[in-house]
Design a protein around this ligand. Structure first.
Ligand code: AMP
Length: 327
């Protein structure tokens, strides 16, 4: 079934002269890597096609992957195939014109209730959308798009960021086979890791102070609250403050960890992460969603923030009662 939808997407790519590719807002490595990777694969296979990336926001920490080039005009949309990658729901697409093309393709790996698109290729169990895009290079498919060093570098970036460097539960034998295909393109993995994971001295010092701000609920949910005032005091961008979620990712017994980051408009971004126990349903109840163990949400008051924390704590309490052997 998935082979059929992959071939259908490859057929559409072949048919259309103009292809426009978009991703989700507040992009991560997978969103940028998958879109830039597919852009490169199509451009290399079909040099005469007009292939665009069209998104309205960016991530400074991914600037090393390069910019997105020229934007399509409204006219370009008229006969275009639009492909949206790594985006569960339409409201998260970083492109208000996503529905202005002739046909819309969705390629994604998020858990969702409502979808969009004329053609949907969804594999929720995949560790990254980049892993899916690598699948389009499979030579047994009609119209397969070959990889090269450039596309492989983009795709590898997304694979390692979304799989937590091949540690998260979605990492499968297929993930490793896809990574191997990318490595065969002679990519510079050392530079990719350095670009992604080296931090400025100020950021390292901030992380050290953030460790001291970690709090723990009764059942072991670790959390950090970062107010706008705190961000401003430390001259942190929202993106830098948001990255703090990772300082809580290896505390024994803390199978759920949350970062609350106050936005400029006073709403609070919540980054939810977990191990063994699935946190996604909690995110879905607070204007969010994502993956089983890695989700995002937004709360609009301190009361809502407390309620979310309580739900997470109760979920972990139940999990620990019903399961043994967790660390
Ligand atoms: P984040 O903590 O923002 O990195 O999000 C973790 C995962 O959840 C990513 O795969 C996001 O695409 C997804 N996600 C974040 N926010 C939302 C949302 N409001 N709705 C659905 N998925 C989300």
């Amino acid at each position: 079934m998935n082979e059929e939808v992959k071939e259908l997407i490859l057929k559409k790519i072949k048919e259309y002269e103009t292809v426009i590719i978009s991703r989700h807002k507040r992009p991560d490595g997978d969103a940028v890597g998958s879109t830039k990777g597919l852009h490169r694969m199509i451009s290399a296979a079909y040099p005469d096609k007009r292939v665009f990336l069209d998104n309205s926001d960016y991530a400074a920490y991914l600037a090393f992957l390069g910019d997105e080039g020229e934007k399509p005009t409204d006219e370009d949309y008229e006969n275009a195939l639009v492909i949206v990658i790594d985006t569960g729901t339409a409201d998260r697409i970083s492109n208000p014109r996503y529905d202005k093309g002739a046909e819309l393709v969705k390629i994604d790996h998020h858990i969702v209730d409502s979808s969009y698109g004329d053609i949907c290729w969804i594999e929720e169990e995949r560790s990254s959308a980049c892993e899916m895009i690598v699948g389009l290079s499979d030579k047994t498919l009609a119209g397969a798009l070959p990889l090269d060093k450039t596309s492989a570098s983009f795709l590898y970036t997304g694979m390692i960021t979304d799989s937590g460097r091949f540690r998260y539960r979605g990492t499968s034998p297929d993930t490793m086979r896809a990574a191997a295909l990318l490595m065969e393109q002679d990519i510079d993995t050392e530079s990719i890791y350095a670009n992604l994971y080296m931090d400025g001295f100020d950021a390292v010092k901030f992380r050290a102070s953030a460790v001291r701000m970690i709090k723990m609920t009764e059942n072991g949910v670790a959390y950090i609250k970062i107010t706008k005032k705190f961000r401003e005091k430390h001259s942190l961008t929202l993106e830098e403050a948001s990255n703090i979620v990772s300082v809580m990712d290896s505390i024994k017994g803390s199978l759920i960890w949350l970062a609350f980051i106050e936005n400029d408009d006073k709403s609070i971004r919540v980054r939810l992460r977990s191990r063994f126990v699935e946190i996604q349903p909690v995110a879905a109840r607070y204007h969010g969603g994502g993956h089983a163990c890695s989700s995002g949400a937004t709360v609009y008051s301190v009361k809502e923030q407390k309620a979310l924390l309580k739900e997470a704590d109760e979920l972990l309490g139940r999990y620990k009662k019903e399961n043994t052997g967790w660390i």
